[in-house]
Write a protein that binds this ligand. Structure first.
Ligand SMILES: Nc1nc2c(ncn2[C@@H]2O[C@H](COP(=O)(O)OP(=O)(O)OP(=O)(O)O)[C@@H](O)[C@H]2O)c(=O)[nH]1
Ligand SMILES: [Mg+2]
Length: 476
């Protein structure tokens, strides 16, 4: 028989049992809903890392008739020594009885040896109704702890704590939606202290989960670096036959190229987000809503994104790259103007000359027209020449990563991109700052990234995750 720990999560209906299971088993496929009675059967959710099960959570329906169950138990028990056996007898005798369906479901895993996690809602006042439930659970004799999970805003945690500690050795506050990874681990540690047989497997589980978290961060950095590289190097090309090409059709070609380039960038960013979400086992994020909130005003190319994630000229100059690195629109406009001659091609794209918004600037500096050869001319769009773009892409990716990596699997809210008024890059070490800037410059100038630089970019992205984490924890 295997001795991997199993925990049955039990309690009153609609108090967040399934939410606790989702968070502790990192499974966002578990049904969590506003209506009581959502969970009807007990269901096991193992947590595995590298194909190895570390522990299992069992979701259960809530107690429906705890007082009657307790009355039956009291009537059928002869002494304190037969209590667990009496609970088992109750389940055997009532297994087909619809009145006690939920109690039989929730007691079955406990009778099979699961530890008990009793969940209450700390935002509603304590009610003695819970005493029958707690007494039944105590009769099973299984190791147990109570979690105060607050669904609403009010806090009755203290009275709950006092009452629960009469029945459970350990009472903890644990909010399924907001609990941190550290709180998750500390819960496992506590359980290990309650049941000697589980101490070692739970210590191992803690190690595996911590390693997994580090590995995920590294993998996320690699995925992000790859996406940043792709996006910075992206080039759309099309050849046109000049004999046919009026100024108007060339302008529309330019518009199409730009459109294709923008579409590709959006899709690439979206693909990265999906990959990050999969990495953290978030398979059911509200994509539709998330798409809506991330698009439009928060679009990759919006001025708002630049303000939130772009960097200032003074950042670039003080980051140790010298004033040259900040060379922006002025220089690009000159070289571009030269290569285009009359500049008719981009006339329709840029709009009123002089006021270059971020999105326009990207377009302005990205379009190139090749030399005329045998009546053909190639127009290309990208790689982007504005160094802000790299910071915008990276900033958005880091922000998304942060939200996903800190998101519990019980989370139901939409992903929201928020504007940041202070810049996390100031928390980044000098080497990483320099490597980011160099990688961006290499993409811009050489149109490719060499192996060594690619590796440095990946490390710098990982350092960026760390910096963003620090900054979110302690913003100033
Ligand atoms: N804000 C917040 N809401 C929570 C939390 N835990 C649960 N909820 C909400 O409370 C409701 C019930 O959560 P469930 O996890 O489905 O509760 P349950 O105990 O499994 O419910 P049944 O299966 O019906 O007995 C859902 O709308 C959850 O989103 C929490 O920690 N914070
Ligand atoms: Mg449930």
């Amino acid at each position: 028989m295997s001795h991997k720990p199993v925990f049955a999560v039990v309690g009153h209906p609609n108090k967040g049992k399934s939410s606790v299971v989702a968070t502790l088993s990192q499974n966002d496929a578990i049904v969590i809903a506003l209506e009581p009675g959502t969970t009807r059967q007990h269901q096991a959710y193992p947590l595995s890392v590298d194909g190895q099960i570390l522990y299992t959570l069992v979701d259960t329906p809530g107690f429906q008739r705890p007082r009657r169950v307790l009355a039956w138990l009291e009537a059928h028990s002869l002494s304190a020594s037969d209590r667990a056996e009496t609970v088992a007898a109750f389940v055997r005798q009532h297994s087909g009885d619809p009145r006690y369906h939920d109690e039989c479901e929730l007691l079955t895993p406990v009778l099979e040896g699961a530890g008990i996690i009793y969940v209450v809602d700390g935002s509603v006042p304590y009610s003695p109704e819970n005493e029958a439930e707690m007494t039944i659970l105590r009769w099973t004799g299984q190791p147990s702890l109570a979690l105060v999970n607050s669904i609403g805003a009010d806090d009755h945690g203290d009275t709950w704590q006092a009452a629960l500690s009469q029945f459970f050795q350990v009472v903890k506050r644990f909010n399924a939606v907001t609990a941190s990874f550290q709180q998750h681990l500390s819960l496992l540690k506590t359980f290990g202290q309650l049941e000697p047989d589980w101490e070692r497997p739970l210590e191992q589980a803690i190690n595996h989960l911590s390693n997994q978290r580090h590995q995920r961060r590294r993998q996320a950095a690699e995925l992000t670096a790859q996406a940043v590289e792709d996006m910075l190097l992206r080039r759309e090309k099309q050849t046109l036959i000049v004999a046919d090409a009026s100024t108007a059709s060339r302008e529309s070609l330019a518009g199409q190229l730009r459109q294709r380039w923008h579409d590709h960038q959006r899709q690439r960013e979206e693909a990265l987000r999906l990959a990050i979400e999969r990495l953290y086992q978030h398979n059911h994020i509200h994509r539709q809503g998330a798409l809506l909130t991330w698009q439009n005003d928060h679009d990759l190319f919006s001025e708002r994104s630049r303000r939130a994630f772009g960097v200032s000229r003074s950042y670039l100059t003080t980051a140790g790259f010298g004033a040259g690195a900040a060379g922006g629109i002025g220089l690009d406009a000159l070289t571009l103007g030269h290569s285009l001659g009359a500049g008719a091609l981009i006339g329709g794209l840029v709009g009123a000359a002089g006021s270059y918004f971020y999105g326009d600037r990207l377009s302005f500096s990205a379009l190139r027209l090749g030399p005329l050869q045998q009546g053909m001319q190639t127009a290309s769009f990208g790689p982007v020449q504005d160094s802000q773009f790299g910071y915008v892409v990276l900033g958005r990716a880091v922000d998304h990563w942060w939200r996903i990596s800190h998101r519990n699997h019980a989370g139901q809210d939409l992903l929201q991109l928020e504007n940041t008024d202070s810049h996390w890059l100031t928390r980044l070490d000098r080497t990483s700052r320099r490597d980011l800037q160099r990688a961006f410059e290499q993409c811009r100038k050489k149109g490719s990234l060499d192996r060594a630089m690619r590796q440095r970019l990946s490390l710098a992205v990982e350092a960026s995750f760390q910096a963003y984490d620090d900054w979110q924890l302690n913003p100033t």
